[in-house]
Design a protein around this ligand. Structure first.
Ligand SMILES: NC(=O)c1ccc[n+]([C@@H]2O[C@H](COP(=O)([O-])OP(=O)(O)OC[C@H]3O[C@@H](n4cnc5c(N)ncnc54)[C@H](OP(=O)(O)O)[C@@H]3O)[C@@H](O)[C@H]2O)c1
Length: 290
């Protein structure tokens, strides 16, 4: 049975890509834990189809999301969803280098290699253009004061050519956002953020002022659901789960906030998407923020 859920309202990425604020992150499809075993590919395909059936129209991926000897996120997205439904926005990111046999990205692709990485995403996803491409300038870490201009300019040129519709930045500082915006418009930010901790205050203020989407990674903590007293209490009051409270809190925090929780579990998918229906009060949100 298809039951359309509430998707927390909508946001127009870059002013023209309309998406439900509750989306889906594909990193956990190949592997649920960063160091874990490969997930089952068929289960992943079912999760993707179910997500779209329930109203998800914004999926975040990357070519370096794959399990060793296991499935890859881009291939699964194409196998499950192509030919793609109208209006499905697929966001990907380039920048990190993951070498053969490496469990995670360990380095950075230089400016000269970014075009090939964009072409790899086009090929793997089976698209003739990409809706949203984030530059994630570093491998695992990016010094906050490092210049990203040379690499961002490569993506800006691809935007001019029509290969990329909108550009984003991931794991960047407010100064790096300002540097990039001198080169081309930035439509979305993807930094690490969960609603229980004050992070990115300055950068989020810029996103709100300039109407730039903020689609954070690790919205559920990244390494297991946090045992947070405040989130536990709010969840009990609302008859909700802690992941639902964390996601509802994220969406309530700012109109530019987009949720892209990842999971390799069909049950967690249903639970997470239903978070858009958890109506937190301003007091709940203040309590959650501490
Ligand atoms: N730009 C970047 O640098 C970067 C970095 C990391 C991720 N990302 C993107 O951001 C997305 C979101 O981040 P994330 O997926 O890493 O988020 P997260 O906050 O770490 O949540 C995912 C983890 O929580 C578990 N989980 C999910 N829903 C759950 C639930 N309802 N109950 C219990 N456990 C649950 C998942 O395992 P199960 O599979 O068991 O549910 C997984 O281990 C990613 O999918 C990816 O697209 C970007």
């Amino acid at each position: 049975m298809t039951t359309q859920i509430s998707t927390g309202g909508h946001f127009e990425i870059g002013g023209d890509l309309r998406v439900a604020r509750m989306g889906f992150g594909a990193m956990r499809l190949p592997m649920s834990r960063l160091d874990g075993p490969a997930n089952d590919r068929d289960t992943g395909l079912k999760i993707l189809r179910r997500a779209v059936e329930l109203g998800v129209d914004h999926i975040d991926t990357a070519a370096f999301y794959y399990a060793q000897d296991g499935p890859a996120a881009n291939e699964m997205i194409r196998a499950a969803l192509a030919p793609y439904p109208d209006g499905l926005v697929i966001a990907t990111k380039v920048g990190p280098y993951r070498g053969p046999g490496e469990p995670h990205p360990s380095g950075t692709i230089p400016a000269s290699g970014l075009r090939a990485e964009v072409e790899r995403n086009l090929r793997e996803l089976g698209r003739d253009h990409l809706d949203l491409v984030y530059l994630r300038p570093g491998g695992m870490e990016t010094p906050a004061d490092e210049s990203i201009g040379e690499r961002f300019a490569v993506l800006a040129a691809l935007r001019e050519e029509g290969v990329i519709r909108h550009l984003g930045l991931s794991h960047v500082s407010a100064a790096q956002l300002a540097e990039a915006r001198e080169i081309a418009p930035v439509a979305a930010i993807q930094n690490r953020f969960d609603v229980t901790r004050p992070q990115d205050v300055e950068l989020l203020a810029v996103c709100e002022r300039e109407v730039i989407a903020y689609a954070p990674y690790f919205p559920l903590g990244g390494f297991g659901i946090p045992d947070d007293e405040r989130a536990n209490a709010i969840a009990a009051r609302h008859g909700a789960t802690v992941p639902q409270v964390l996601l509802a809190g994220l969406l309530a925090l700012s109109p530019v906030m987009l949720a892209i929780p990842g999971t390799g579990s069909p049950d967690h998918l249903e639970e997470n998407l239903a978070a858009a229906d958890v109506a937190l009060t301003p007091d709940d949100l203040a309590e959650l923020r501490g």
